[in-house]
Design a protein around this ligand. Structure first.
Ligand SMILES: *C/C=C(C)/C=C/C=C(C)/C=C/C1=C(C)CCCC1(C)C
Length: 241
């Protein structure tokens, strides 16, 4: 009888200073809400935009499922759910590359552009994982982080000055402005992740970020980049309805 009214017997209460746990919780809800929003609005658009909105919803939905799990993992173990973090990224970041392809398709984007971006993003994430979970001591994290960073800059280059940029120029109008906003997400929003990585791995850079928890940085980055990125695509679909 006592336990009936004691919720903590069912789910342990979250400590009020558990910022990591809190951002997993809020992140999970935000991803769920964003998915409902994208999926439910999908059919109000032209066929031309439906796939793009669908992909926006898939990105936040896949993240919601992972956040559900990671929130629990953190609550139970109080350690970073690194493996599932990277599983989430390796599914969702390539889907963001697909978004670039989809919005530039009308301007003549080819699948090879899409595969190039996907390939670079997988290199970026797999090498990041090596530094964060496999070679975690000595020079390991710094070296793998550097390789990951190079792949990241190759992605930025492709979108900013490379083939994708030229197609966006050719498309002009709403597509060009959406492309430019998405570029800002990749250049500024994605730069949050190497900060999280430096805060959470061992290297010459340890200590620069003053003990800010890596998972808080990653969780904030995910909310901005997954939901914000999807909203830019949504906005493009609205403005060229
Ligand atoms: C939704 C998830 C997104 C957009 C994740 C993006 C992740 C990155 C851009 C990660 C980049 C990294 C580096 C550039 C260097 C250090 C290792 C990583 C993997 C954290």
């Amino acid at each position: 009888m006592e336990n009936l009214f004691n919720l903590s017997a069912v789910a342990p209460a979250m400590a009020t200073d558990d910022y990591v746990g809190f951002t997993f919780f809020v992140g999970c809800m935000a991803m769920m809400a964003a998915s409902a929003f994208f999926f439910l609005s999908m059919n109000s658009f032209d066929n031309k935009w439906r796939t793009s909105i669908l992909v926006s919803g898939l990105i936040t939905f896949i993240a919601a499922v992972h956040y559900w799990y990671m929130r629990d993992y953190w609550a139970t173990n109080a350690t970073s759910p690194t493996f599932f973090r990277y599983v989430d990224w390796v599914l969702t970041v390539p889907l963001m590359c697909v978004e670039f392809y989809l919005i530039l398709k009308a301007a003549g984007a080819t699948k090879s552009l899409m595969w190039k971006l996907i390939f670079l993003s997988v290199i970026m994430l797999v090498t990041g994982y090596f530094g964060e979970a496999v070679h975690t001591t000595g020079q390991g994290p710094a070296l793998w982080g550097l390789i990951s960073g190079l792949a990241y800059f190759a992605i930025v280059y492709e979108i900013w000055k490379g083939g994708a940029a030229k197609l966006a120029e050719a498309a002009g109008g709403a597509v060009l402005s959406a492309h430019k906003t998405l570029l800002k997400f990749v250049f500024i929003g994605w730069a949050i992740y190497p900060i999280g990585y430096m805060a959470g791995t061992e290297g010459w850079y340890s200590g620069i970020f003053g003990g800010l928890p890596m998972d808080v940085i990653y969780n904030v980055g995910d909310a901005i980049n997954k939901i914000g990125f999807g909203l830019v695509v949504y906005n493009l679909a609205v403005s060229s309805k």
